[in-house]
Write a new protein. Sequence first.
Length: 365
Amino acid sequence: MEKQQQLKFQVVYDYLVHGIESGIFCPETRFPSERKLAEKLCVNVSTVRRAFRDLIAGGVVEKRVGDGTYLIHGGAADVAGQVNVVISNYLGETQNEIAELAFEEGRRRGLLCRIVRLGSEETTMFIRTAIRFRQPTMVLGDNLLNDTAIREIAGSSWLFAVLANRLDQLGVPSVIGDDNHGIRQIADHLHSLGHRRIALLHNNSGHPIENIQIAVWRAVTEGAPELPAEVPTGAQPIEYAFQAVCRALARNERFTALIALNDELAQGALAAFNENGIRVPEQISLVSIGDTPFCRYSVPPITALNPNLAEHVRQGFELLAHNRLRPGAPELLRLVVPSLVIRRSDCALSPFFSVQLKSRETKAL
């Protein structure tokens, strides 16, 4: 049944796109009503509405309240000065900062930057719309891209740049932080303070970037616990991080420093330490990756690896411009070097506490 509905939706979508591309529907003219189109194509009104929704998200069609649905772009020439920036509809600090930076970078370059917030189930059709209408598009590659969307992008790679997800091996132009350099930079800093048992707190998402970070951490540390927070897709990480750290303390895991792979995980870890009466940094050092406002204004302010999101966005625009001139041989990878911002959540290891932590009784959950 679901497959039948998808096929009907695709028929409506293809009918509308064909009408736009062939000039049957012209810019600034009104489409037939959803009811009339449903009758003409022998489908439900909801199926027509879904097809329009994807064209509206792509900036091709506009629904005017009380007036109807209008075509606002008729083809690639109409969107030459426009860049789509696709971001998850999860309202996290990173997503919001990327949106602001992209808008500013687009304005600096004289481009209309459309910020589009989508769920993962909507992204594939948006990608197909961008391809049909030749729309340059950046995607923040947190959890938006499934295998189908990745294949669609790889087939028209010169139109896309994916931020914060390494997919160049699949033919997708990617801008990523140099995570090898970043994790080693954090580890070197903590080693210089005398820490050897450096634990890692992560989402356990299976995301390629996270997998690289975990692999590098394993290579540069020895004998410290790995704390997977087991955060479900789309869920708020703070609570899961809190529980993961509390469980580790209840098990009497031995570590003197903790690296959290994002600031929300760090927030949960800090709350867990407070709950268990462990002072940061006097008794344990905490370093995060992300450097959102939470790190700057928490108590204590948290040492963090700043991924340089502004440079990610700038390189994304550069990659789109570069590949547009070379569609047959697109550039596939650009690395951004992060920087470590030292604050007050880490300090030199106390020999006294390294013994105290080993024997500490913590609250059971």
